[in-house]
Write a protein that binds this ligand. Structure first.
Ligand SMILES: [Zn+2]
Ligand SMILES: [Zn+2]
Length: 303
């Protein structure tokens, strides 16, 4: 068991800061790690999570828990892959995974998919068996877990239209870090993040003139033509409506951080609805209502 540690020993790793499930751009999908000594707590497992944990210098076998904010692929598509690679790297402790329903169904499917290969390695090179992997479905605001090093709590956020979506707060011996998950602006995040050191909040950068230009455009529905990566099939206008109705304008993320009284706002999982928005523009917009420190997240940042 790691010792209770001073503030400087709790680190926040931004492993993937990309929003949405298109691949091939400059960023990987959402994944964060809160690291206390040699204990690694993972929040979300979008595509690239396993790779980025290793590139960030972390050991997959040091993962203690995985917390999923919601069952959108840019937050959970690598859950099974990460469980597999962590076991392959030597994780045999029980692994408890938390998230909203249908987490159990999602995990069962992943475990079923990797079982034939796990069985092969057991025999072939003498890997120890995989420890128990348990899904804990969370449907209400609650204290999630307390392992003596970190305390984790969650609340419900608003990510229309379908998904039950969570925000998490992780309190370590020296630091408290809250994650909004994907959400439109909600008071529950203010309450969850009250007095935290860090709030990692998603954000969109609005372009009020974009809607007419996008009407009827199909084939590649992305709302920012400058964005790199694979295409997004569908209707651009519908995608725009989804983005606007289920995510948080950057100025509102700043207002939420201010109301919560956090020291630092980390802007991550960003979607710009107009081209040419710089880090500095994001930060300036966040500062409209927030007087604390603002950091625009990039993959492999350690804070
Ligand atoms: Zn997302
Ligand atoms: Zn989402």
């Amino acid at each position: 068991m790691a010792l209770a540690t001073p503030e400087s020993d709790t680190k926040l790793y931004i492993l993937g800061s990309r929003a949405g499930p298109s691949v091939g751009g400059a960023q990987y999908m959402t994944c964060y790690a809160v690291v206390v000594g040699d204990r690694v707590y993972v929040v979300d497992c979008g595509y690239g999570a396993s790779e980025q944990l290793v590139r960030g210098g972390l050991k997959l076998q040091d993962i203690r828990n995985i917390f999923i904010t919601h069952n959108h692929p840019d937050h959970n598509i690598e859950l099974g892959t990460l469980v597999y690679f962590a076991w392959y790297a030597g994780l045999t402790r029980p692994l408890d995974i938390y998230g909203p329903p249908p987490l159990q169904t999602v995990l069962d499917g992943y475990l079923q998919a990797i079982k034939p290969d796990v069985d092969v390695w057991l025999d072939d090179i003498g890997h120890p068996p995989m420890g128990p992997v348990t899904a804990h479905e969370l449907s209400t605001p609650q204290a999630v877990m307390d392992d003596g090093t970190v305390k984790v709590s969650c609340t419900l956020v608003k990510h229309t239209p379908i998904f039950k979506s969570l925000a998490y707060r992780i309190d370590t011996p020296g630091r408290s870090i809250a994650f909004s998950g994907d959400t439109s602006p909600v008071q529950s995040v203010v309450e969850l993040a009250k007095g935290a050191d860090v709030l990692v909040h998603e954000a969109i950068y609005l372009n009020p003139n974009q809607a007419p230009a996008l009407a009827g455009r199909t084939g590649d529905a992305r709302v920012d033509n400058q964005e790199r990566g694979s295409a997004i099939a569908g209707d651009a206008q519908k995608l725009l409506q989804h983005v606007v109705s289920s995510h948080t304008p950057i100025e509102e993320a700043g207002r939420i951080a201010q109301e919560a009284g956090v020291k630092t706002l980390v802007i991550a999982h960003t979607v710009s609805l107009m081209p040419g928005v710089t880090d500095g523009m994001w930060i300036a917009a966040a500062r409209k209502h927030f007087s604390g420190e603002v950091i625009f997240a990039h993959d492999l940042m350690v804070l």
